[in-house]
Write a protein that binds this ligand. Structure first.
Ligand SMILES: *[C@@H]1O[C@H](CO)[C@@H](O)[C@H](O)[C@H]1NC(C)=O
Ligand SMILES: *[C@@H]1O[C@H](CO)[C@@H](O)[C@H](O)[C@H]1NC(C)=O
Ligand SMILES: *[C@@H]1O[C@H](CO)[C@@H](O)[C@H](O)[C@H]1NC(C)=O
Ligand SMILES: *[C@@H]1O[C@H](CO)[C@@H](O)[C@H](O)[C@H]1NC(C)=O
Ligand SMILES: *[C@@H]1O[C@H](CO)[C@@H](O)[C@H](O)[C@H]1NC(C)=O
Ligand SMILES: *[C@@H]1O[C@H](CO)[C@@H](O)[C@H](O)[C@H]1NC(C)=O
Ligand SMILES: [Zn+2]
Length: 936
């Protein structure tokens, strides 16, 4: 699944029980093998806005593995079963049943059987039921509406079952390890089309208005992968995946022109993955439909044969949608296609091990896409480091971070497993295994062995390690330690280490400690060490392990520094850890950067920057006491000569956090931004407003990042050029699609006619139906520095007529509260004054929003405002939960402002002078970085 997470605080969830006594789990005594599901969706659903009923019948064939006197299965409280009938398959005898006992907490029905079921015998359980379509949750089997090109209200029904929502559509054994064949039919109005995982086998008349579409049986698979959609959508066929295996992209018909990119890029990605897995897609299923849904809770979902997407994740307009959306469409497709093997064919046995699905999908979303002819120049392997690994390290730096294999039991706990850990960290650990401990060829053999051995089964991590271990060279493991033990230190424990390098003549001494932003822990890891010294800088590309730093031991590498002035650890940042240098090594590294930055590999420059920002950010009472921001900035002076994308990306990630905390318009925030503008002169000169080259993806991403930040940090030249572009746009000229986001934002931030500019852009919003464009406009509008206008914008999010979709509600809000100090304050005031309307529009919106906004509060005034909210009963518990963290953030900001002020006071005079540019609160997340918050 591709999950959209909206920026906010990380919640800490308690965990429930263990498998043996977990009341949310079904016993393994009954094993389903086949479901025949017949669903009837009446025509009223598609014409009457308030009609939500449907009915169905499911026949479940199961076998008895150990003695049982009852049948337990899942269904939601909205599924009302009118009758159960049990038959023994062998002689078709009806077995009497007692009425079901239903427990709505566990969503488990228990049906006592009058006589004990025979072990090894097969039975068929038939359930007739009625149910209610979901709506707001956009999960289970749900109804969704949109307005078509002729202004008609249209309705469709669709599914989203991962992780625990198949039970909302039909009674089933709703756990990933219960794999079965699903044979579906759907009765629906004749003028609509039904799609499901497999091709349809028949369309039969029921009456004048209703037909029944029947589908081929699916391969053996988990319930969460079943999908069906009934709509009036149309499809575009692409190149067949192979002869007889059609590939199509489907959506609202008016989006037809925007399907082309997905149509073109899908088949090449599929072929690369067939090479990686050494398996044909068509081994299990003989068609692939991709469908864009106007309302969809996840970003995308890998249902076998019918992948569902948000419109922004699949549809791309060559004239209007930006290059970063083009990149993300390709990567979401690659992610979902990876799941056809990792997840669908071989499935995590339980959600504890979700990284077995999502880690691979996140990994190959970069590394398979990178292997296609179309995308091989995009450097996606490098994007992986700054977009995934560095983000994982950050999330994995708190005492509450969970281990990859942490247990989950309740639906909210399971939902929380769809996290940065399972995705980014899972992928980063796989990346470390492949590039540091193994090599590409042996890694491929290992995962092919894994796919062969566990095909159509479910797995636990040990299965993967055993397959990989067959191909690991002993020489690349620590002595007397097996592969599993090495890897378990990364997957069964939370966190990651910081390795400290100390110089001792020509030797280096290495020690490790778990890195935490605050707090302390004794956890240690098996850390594979690679390094490069100044004498031998071609080593940077060699990521193969050279030595192991073991738990409970320090490591000395003799003579490492012979004839060398500096050393960099962790080549290409392929290992999942941070590196801290002692004072003399740090000074040497800094001198090297200032003198000849290109001597140090570009990805390691990004690593040094990312590590340094996080060391400075950490609580110095427990960690890294010698890393002040002053020390980091002292190193950042080298940026005067930095013109590469990835180091700058790491800088902007660091700046986003720092500036949002200390306040963009605080004295120190303004000083810092001005200083950044000076440091950016060289890189600014490598990109220009006029040198546009969309075929060069890396150039384009760098161009947009640098121009948007230059404008945001207050560079007058940048602001002037952006305003000229916007003025021409108002006169009817077009804007380069990649410039839109920061041109809208800059123009709104520096507008002299806020109300009119706001109305102009909102008009554009209403005119376009292209979702990427709508989100870009809202992101731009959020930059305005006017409380009244911001409130007008927020008001539109709860107005049905304005077309902010339910799925985008939280995203739109995040654009606003993340856009600066005043905006965050405005959001909080708006929630206070409109909490009832908000809750009516979107369930529990008010409390969710307060929690999310709190992450962006940074002053005493904000804290007071937050405290005043607790006078309203419904906010009491929320405020209680987040007040301390918010106060800590404010305290942190006060301390850091001092540190920063000291740096600027002691620096050259030009860092202090002048206030030529007046800085206004600016956006925290420029659009290219906004994609960071999209989780696969
Ligand atoms: C629409 O469905 C609702 C719920 O079943 C029903 O109460 C209402 O009468 C229906 N409206 C029309 C116009 O049929
Ligand atoms: C079918 O099998 C059940 C259980 O083994 C047995 O009790 C029953 O008599 C059988 N019925 C027929 C019609 O053979
Ligand atoms: C579900 O079962 C648990 C444990 O037996 C019980 O405490 C709880 O009240 C039940 N809930 C419902 C809604 O029946
Ligand atoms: C993009 O613009 C060109 C030239 O105006 C036009 O021919 C083409 O149809 C447009 N493409 C889409 C997808 O709208
Ligand atoms: C390893 O080195 C660190 C830092 O120099 C030191 O604190 C620690 O005691 C050493 N540990 C061992 C096992 O020698
Ligand atoms: C655009 O970039 C591509 C790929 O880097 C390059 O081959 C091409 O020459 C560039 N075109 C222009 C006009 O600079
Ligand atoms: Zn996924």
């Amino acid at each position: 699944m591709w999950r959209i997470l909206v920026v906010g605080l990380i919640c800490d969830l308690g965990f429930y029980g263990t498998l043996a006594d977990d009341p949310y789990r079904l016993p393994k005594s009954l094993l389903p093998s086949k479901y025949v599901v017949d669903i009837k969706v009446p025509s009223e659903v598609f014409v009457n806005a308030s009609y939500y009923e449907f009915s169905g019948r499911v026949v479940i064939t199961f076998s008895v593995k150990s003695s049982a006197e009852e049948i337990k299965l899942h269904h939601s409280e909205n599924v009302i079963v009118s009758s159960y009938v049990l038959n023994k398959v062998e002689n078709s005898t009806a077995i009497p049943l007692n009425p079901e006992e239903y427990n709505s907490t566990y969503q488990i029905a228990t049906i006592p059987v009058a006589e004990e079921l025979d072990v090894d015998a097969e039975y068929e359980l038939t359930a007739e039921y009625t149910a209610i379509l979901e709506e707001e949750s956009m999960s289970g089997f749900y109804k969704s509406t949109y307005v078509d090109e002729h202004d008609n209200n249209m309705y469709l029904v669709a599914t989203q079952f991962e992780a625990t929502y198949a039970r909302y559509a039909f009674p089933c054994f709703d756990e990933p390890s219960f794999k079965a064949i699903f044979q579906l039919s759907i009765e629906h109005p004749r003028h609509l089309t039904a799609l499901a995982n497999t091709a349809n086998s028949a369309i039969d008349d029921i009456d004048d208005n209703i037909v029944k579409t029947s589908f081929e049986p699916t391969p053996l698979m988990s319930s969460y992968l079943v999908a069906f959609v009934v709509s009036s959508f149309t499809c575009t066929s692409g190149e067949d995946i192979e002869k007889g295996v059609p590939y199509r992209v489907c959506s609202r018909s008016e989006e037809e022109p925007n399907r082309k990119w997905a149509v073109d890029i899908g088949p090449p990605i599929m072929r690369v993955l067939e090479g990686v897995t050494n398996k044909k897609y068509s081994d299990k299923i003989s068609k692939m439909d991709q469908i864009a849904l106007p309302d969809f809770s996840a970003g995308a979902m890998e249902n076998w044969g019918l992948v569902t997407y948000r419109e922004t994740a699949l549809l791309w307009n060559e004239n209007e949608s930006s290059s970063s959306y083009k990149k993300s469409v390709a990567m979401v497709i690659a992610h979902e296609f990876t799941h056809m093997w990792f997840g669908n064919l071989v499935t995590c046995d339980w959600w504890d091990y979700l990284f077995l699905n999502e880690g691979f999908a996140r990994y190959y979303q970069y590394f398979s896409a990178a292997m296609t002819d179309e995308l091989k120049h995009w450097e996606l392997d490098k994007h992986f480091i700054v977009e995934q690994l560095q983000v994982a390290l950050l999330s994995d730096s708190t005492v509450t971070s969970q281990a990859l294999t942490s247990p989950a039991s309740t639906p909210p706990e399971i939902s929380a497993k769809f996290s940065t850990m399972s995705y980014n960290k899972g992928a980063s650990i796989l990346h470390m295994i492949k590039s540091v401990i193994m090599d590409s060829d042996s890694f491929l053999l290992g995962i092919q062995d894994y796919l062969n051995t566990y095909s159509s089964k479910s797995t636990i991590p040990q299965n993967l390690w055993s397959s990989l271990e067959k191909f690991v060279q002993n020489s690349s493991l620590p002595d007397y330690t097996d592969f599993t033990k090495v890897i378990a230190s990364w997957t069964e424990q939370s966190g990651h280490p910081v390795v400290t390098v100390t110089k001792s003549n020509d030797d280096i001494l290495l020690s490790q400690k778990r890195f935490l932003l605050s707090g302390d822990a004794n956890t240690e890891y098996y850390v594979p060490i690679t390094f490069t010294v100044s004498q031998n800088s071609e080593q940077f590309t060699d990521t193969t392990v050279k030595a192991w730093l073991l738990p409970d031991y320090n490591l000395t590498i003799k003579g490492a520094l012979k004839d060398s002035s500096w050393i960099v650890l962790n080549n290409g940042q392929a290992g999942y850890y941070r590196v801290n240098y002692d004072q003399s090594l740090w000074t040497a590294l800094k001198s090297a950067l200032l003198a000849n930055p290109m001597d140090i590999d570009m990805m390691n420059r990004a690593q040094i920057i990312n590590d340094a920002f996080n060391f400075a950010r950490a609580d110095h009472t427990t960690f890294m006491s010698d890393y002040s921001y002053a020390k980091v900035f002292d190193m950042l002076r080298y940026l005067e000569k930095e013109t590469d994308y990835y180091p700058w990306y790491a800088v902007m990630t660091g700046n986003n956090h720092l500036l949002s905390r200390i306040g963009y318009d605080s004295t120190e925030g303004i000083q810092y931004s001005k200083w950044m503008v000076e440091l950016m002169q060289a890189v600014y000169s490598t990109v220009s407003f006029t040198r546009v080259n969309e075929t060069d993806m890396v150039y384009t991403l760098k161009q947009v990042l640098i121009l948007s930040k230059m404008c945001q940090y207050g560079d007058t030249d940048c602001i002037e050029q952006a305003k000229v572009i916007f003025d021409k746009y108002k006169e009817g000229e077009t804007i380069n699609k990649n410039f839109k986001s920061f041109v809208y934002c800059t123009a709104m931030r520096h507008t002299s006619d806020g109300q009119n500019d706001f109305e102009f852009l909102w008009q554009k919003y209403k005119e376009t139906k292209l979702m990427t464009e709508r989100l870009t406009i809202v992101n731009g509008l959020a930059c305005i520095n006017d409380k009244d206008i911001l409130k007008q914008l927020l008001k539109k999010t709860i107005d049905n007529e304005e077309g902010v979709r339910l799925q985008d509600f939280l995203t739109v809000w995040s654009y606003v509260y993340a856009s600066g100090d005043i905006a965050a304050e405005t959001c909080l005031e708006f929630v206070r004054d409109n909490h009832e309307a908000l809750d009516n529009y979107y369930k529990s919106a008010a409390s969710i929003l307060v929690t999310n906004i709190a992450g962006y509060l940074n002053s005493e005034k904000h804290v007071t405002l937050l405290e005043s909210l607790s006078e309203i009963e419904k906010f009491k518990s929320t405020v209680e939960l987040i007040l301390e963290t918010t106060k800590d953030n404010v305290k942190w900001a006060i301390e850091k402002r001092k540190e920063i002020a000291m740096f600027f006071d002691s620096s050259e005079p030009e860092n202090k002078k002048g206030n030529a540019v007046s800085l206004i609160p600016s956006i925290l997340i420029a659009f290219s970085l906004a994609l960071l918050h999209v989780f696969v």
